[in-house]
Design a protein around this ligand. Sequence first.
Ligand SMILES: Nc1ncnc2c1ncn2[C@@H]1O[C@H](COP(=O)(O)OP(=O)(O)OP(=O)(O)O)[C@@H](O)[C@H]1O
Ligand SMILES: [Mg+2]
Length: 768
Amino acid sequence: MENYLEQLNEAQKEAVLNTDGPSLVIAGAGSGKTRVLTYRIAHLLRQGVAPWSILALTFTNKAAREMKERIGQIVGQEVASKLWMGTFHSVFAKILRVEAEHAGFPSSFTIYDTTDSKSLVNSILKNMKLNKEKAYKTGTVLGRISAAKNDLIIPPVYARDAQRTTADAASRIPRMPEIYQKYMSECKKAGAMDFDDLLLNTNLLFRDHPDVLAKYQERFKYILVDEYQDTNFSQYLITRKLAEKYKNICVVGDDAQSIYSFRGAKIENILNFRNDYQGYKLFKLEQNYRSTRTIVNAANSIIARNDKQIQKTVFSQKDEGQKINMIQAHSDVDEGFIVINDINETRLRHQCQYKDFAILYRTNAQSRIFEEALRKKNIPYKIYGGLSFYQRKEIKDLLAYLRVTINPKDSEALKRIINYPARGIGKTTMEKLEAIASQHDVSLWEVITNPGLPNAGFNSGILKKLSSFSTLIGGFISQVPNMSAFDITNEIATQSGILKELHTDKSHESQTRLENLEELFNAIREFSDERQEGGEDNGLVDFLEEVSLLTDQDNDSSDDINKVTLMTIHAAKGLEFKNVYIVGVEEGLFPSGMASTTEPGLEEERRLFYVALTRAEERATLTCSRSRYKFGELTFARPSRFLGEIDQQYLNIPEESQSFAKPKPGMPGMGKTTRRKFNLEDETPEKKKVNFSGKVLQNNRPEPKFNSRDLAAPNQIQPGVMVEHERFGHGKVLHLEGNAPNIKATVFFKNAGQKQLLLKFAKLKIIS
Ligand SMILES: Nc1ncnc2c1ncn2[C@@H]1O[C@H](COP(=O)(O)OP(=O)(O)OP(=O)(O)O)[C@@H](O)[C@H]1O
Ligand SMILES: [Mg+2]
């Protein structure tokens, strides 16, 4: 039996063993917070606690999966699979389905994603004739609604909340209370909840139904929360209510990594915890097991500049490691190629795999240039966030059919498909239908299926089209109970005409769309087979729920694939990679232009930088460019102030770009008194002209230390020769490619398998 306690240091062990009562673990990046949470759950299970009485809340679905997997290795997968574990949204969506009748929603309620929410706001604005008013922007309106929900302010309260109405008046959007009210009632009519509603309605459910709350308080004897610093008020309150009875709540977090305040996250929740649970135990973890000393110290030096923080120590006992490389490219396209070349070189030099690399950026828009460079070099990569698989048009279309079949009142889904494939139900008809729906306060589906529809002024042609649409959907609805999720999807794709439409169009694009649909079929088949083996229903509702709640970190393809990772820094939270490239480290981009105008904004950007840097285990590289295209225009960029804020002793600044952050000789390290603001005027015009190529950089790197006499001359290495490698041991050279000095050898090692090595770095000795 695995002795998991041996895999913890003393401080971690203490946090794992003290299972009862409230616990707060506040510790820096990479210190094993997630590990403590994982092992604590395993320990509880080993002590005989029932898995269904443990509730564990993670930041992403992927984190939950990985945690479950690891716990399963310790206590068995069967037991681990019964844990209540997932993101706040996914766990409470499940509870809301069970308690739907109390919450006033159908148990098959739809979850509106951001696109649905935006589209709903747009139609409300249009209806209120506010869509032409500049101040009423969809994003702003949605942001206010979301903020209100996360603070548990419902529409009638919103209208009375002086602070909010004053703020709305100042932004020239005084009709917000009305919009919010309409948004809520439209969602209710459609039997739909948006992401924030899942939390809000859980809170309302617990507030209004003490018996329901008592049931879950009794069920969840142990509650654990990862990434606690990024919970919002609504989430905080849910955990507080649930933990009220047993008070076995353990939260882990790092205030220095709080990066979601724009979504309502509140660092104050950590402080609240101290007040809410008198006699709570505080555990501090100080040793970082993830990164080299250089990376940990550099990260500490930058976060020390934030005024608002809980003091803590983070140290690493790993190797010092190499300095953090800084690269300044001439243009954004250049930056792409420099990074990709560096990845290739590092991969060969340090025997890494593609999956050991991550490119992290501040904004999704930056990914394109790196994607192009990776494609040109034939390097496999996976990209998270942005337009994911489930956001593609053809996928959303078919999913919308499924949504309408499960919940025909889902008006956003219905609008999407009522005229796709085209069936002659045009814009004017839709506007009329929406007006009727709004007048009678019902959903679109209820209008279409209402026997009184013929009196609504539509001509007979339109009436026929609407009736055949409702018959089509009605047919699907009646088939759901008797069919597997896969069969019903297949039926829909065929009967609706989607497949025919794509088959008829012979374009390459249609071909790709068909392939994507095939992929969706596979995903549904896998999901429903698993469910039906367990004797459950066809799982369509759960499948749709899972898809709606995917986070930016939940990639569609499986994880073990050997690919370079591209993601935003926000999505990289909690993850780790051997090699990390933080790109676009420029003023106006990182820190972002908006954020850097206020102190709290700037502090959040700095925390974001801390998160980015602490993802790296062995090597971190920071890049920026002298110019960049923004909205189609060439703009000049200056290196970020963050480059100047890092303690310079941890940086490797190539001579040509000393202008970034000229450290003065003999300058002491970090500390507030020695804090040196990066001087943006340092750059001279001559230096601006220097074009940086990967080659120059390579010259600036310290050469690997070895004694040349130990090595075989590359020209003695031939196919068939037996060689010895420092780490891989004995192997046989299979073949060589490329020209000196970049000859690559493919070697088969007895113990390590086949490897490709660049001879100039591989330090091979000939042994026969
Ligand atoms: N006692 C230990 N011995 C060996 N490795 C450890 C130990 N504790 C943690 N680690 C390893 O260190 C790395 C960081 O741990 P973990 O991800 O749990 O840290 P964290 O505090 O959750 O980090 P973050 O703040 O980034 O979320 C992981 O690879 C983990 O397996
Ligand atoms: Mg973690």
